[in-house]
Design a protein around this ligand. Structure first.
Ligand code: UD1
Length: 429
């Protein structure tokens, strides 16, 4: 497997283009299953997870065409992809495909809504806790589906079609909100989803579904109302910018010092994280075109934070923020409230010299004056990138192994950082 080699010490200066959001792209691609007509997605990021989902969707019969680049088009620009599920040829999502990425389980919503039957393997994905699927099962049952678990598969039936119903999520779940919202678009009658996820990616999916003819109101609030329609049609939609990529580079600049413009980033998508970053002594300036992040000479201050569903501080930035706090003045307490096992980066950061003690769902990070390069490895996407952030300031060479995880969610990470002055390269296996 490829590795990334970093020599720490360089400040970051320049501009980084922000890609389309992975966590919006995946449900948007899955929405193509709901209609016979083409769904055209602009600004789709070039990521391993997107390729993986393409395979899964083509197994169901979705044709996938990437538009060629136009003359003069920026090579950094996202891709435009045409997805069309004219006919669903297979309603089974097999273990081999689904086990590689948890979000692929979400096909259960559209497949069931359109075909009245499907069987989907229980999911895999990043090893960050048990991540059950009970809300999906209970939610689809509330829309009239009969569901059994057989040989590791969730087998769902609604021979006469789904019917509108009411479901209150026991706790906030992004994936279950996406899935039930998609399923309800084709159900007979009205569905009420309570304590729904309010993440910007849920709003982006709702906007795309509305463009496809769905009747949805309240996305972005606690309660989403969906009035079922008979059919959805084709549409064109642009994937919103990636707030996690934005936050990751913002923390990288705060870590190394320097001055970088994150082009295309939208501050309102990650305001809580930007507020915390300002409190660390980092300059954050947002404008219509993006966000400027700078730290020139000011010391980094320790700031405590707890993760929370949107609009709170995102769990997907917890590892990156922890990397930043390893060099701050004082002790920061970082509390993880979403996933029960999302501190696997702690022992790897410790290999670079970080001082972190764990106490259940809390990590106490005491800043050190320097980190030292080492070989490190992580088993989840956001944890891997936290090691890159630490490597950018660690003295000497850091080698991040198992780059596979980074490629799942960060488009051309090493190119974007190298363009701003980082000494970073990919070592092919
Ligand atoms: C999505 C994001 C992921 C992010 C997470 C939380 C994508 C592709 N992934 O993951 O990057 O870290 O939201 O913001 O968008 N839960 C249950 N039962 C269920 C479903 C979830 O108990 O049926 C629990 C989970 O174990 C977890 C919590 O609910 O503790 C939140 O998970 P959820 O929001 O569903 O995460 P994902 O949608 O998988």
């Amino acid at each position: 497997m490829d590795a990334i080699r970093i020599v720490g010490g360089a400040k970051l200066n320049g501009e980084i283009p922000i890609s389309g959001a992975k966590n919006a792209a995946l449900p948007l691609m899955i929405a193509s299953l709901l209609s016979e007509e083409p769904l055209i997605l602009d600004n789709l990021p070039r990521l391993r997870d997107v390729q993986q989902l393409q395979q899964i969707l083509s197994n169901h019969g979705v044709s996938y065409m990437i538009e060629g680049k136009r003359p003069g088009q920026d090579t950094m620009a996202g891709q435009t992809v045409h997805l069309q599920a004219e006919e669903i040829i297979d309603t089974c999502a097999p273990y081999d495909l689904v086990s590689k990425m948890r979000a692929s389980f979400w096909v259960i919503g559209p497949l069931l809504a359109r075909m009245g039957h499907c069987s989907v393997s229980l999911p895999g994905g990043c090893a960050i806790g048990t991540r059950p699927v009970d809300f999906f099962i209970d939610g689809l049952a509330a829309l009239g589906a009969k569901i059994e678990i057989e040989n590791g598969y969730v087998v769902a039936d609604a021979p006469g079609g789904l019917v509108g119903g009411e479901f209150t999520f026991p706790r906030i779940s992004v994936g279950a909100t996406h899935t039930l919202m998609m399923a309800a678009t084709l159900a007979k009658g009205t569905t009420l989803l309570k304590q729904a996820a309010k993440e910007p990616e849920v709003v982006d999916l709702a906007e795309c579904l509305i463009a496809m003819g769905a009747r949805i109101s309240g996305a972005g609030t606690d309660t989403i109302t969906i009035e079922g329609v008979e059919k959805l049609h084709g549409a064109r939609h642009s994937v919103l910018p990636d707030r996690i990529e934005t936050g990751t580079y913002a923390m990288a600049v705060a870590m190394t010092g320097g001055d970088v413009f994150l082009r295309g980033a939208r501050a309102e998508l990650l305001q809580s994280a930007l507020d915390i970053l300002s409190q660390t002594g980092t300059t954050v300036e947002s404008s219509a075109d993006g966000i400027r992040i700078a730290r020139n000479g000011a010391p980094l201050k320790a700031v405590s934070v707890a993760t929370d569903p949107y609009p709170g501080f995102p769990t997907d930035l917890q590892a990156q923020f922890m990397a930043l706090m390893t060099m701050a003045e004082g002790t920061a307490t970082i509390t993880e409230t979403i996933f029960e096992n999302r501190f696997m980066h702690v022992q790897e950061l410790a290999r670079l010299g970080a001082k972190i003690s764990l106490d259940g769902q809390k990590a106490h990070v005491t800043g050190v004056s320097k980190l030292k390069g080492a070989q490190v490895m992580a088993t989840d996407l956001r944890a891997s990138v936290s090691l890159v952030i630490a490597g950018l300031v660690a003295e000497g060479e850091t080698k991040v192994n198992r780059v596979y995880h980074l490629d799942r969610g960060f488009e051309r990470l090493e190119d974007k950082l190298a363009a701003c002055g980082a000494t970073i390269e990919r070592i092919s296996a």
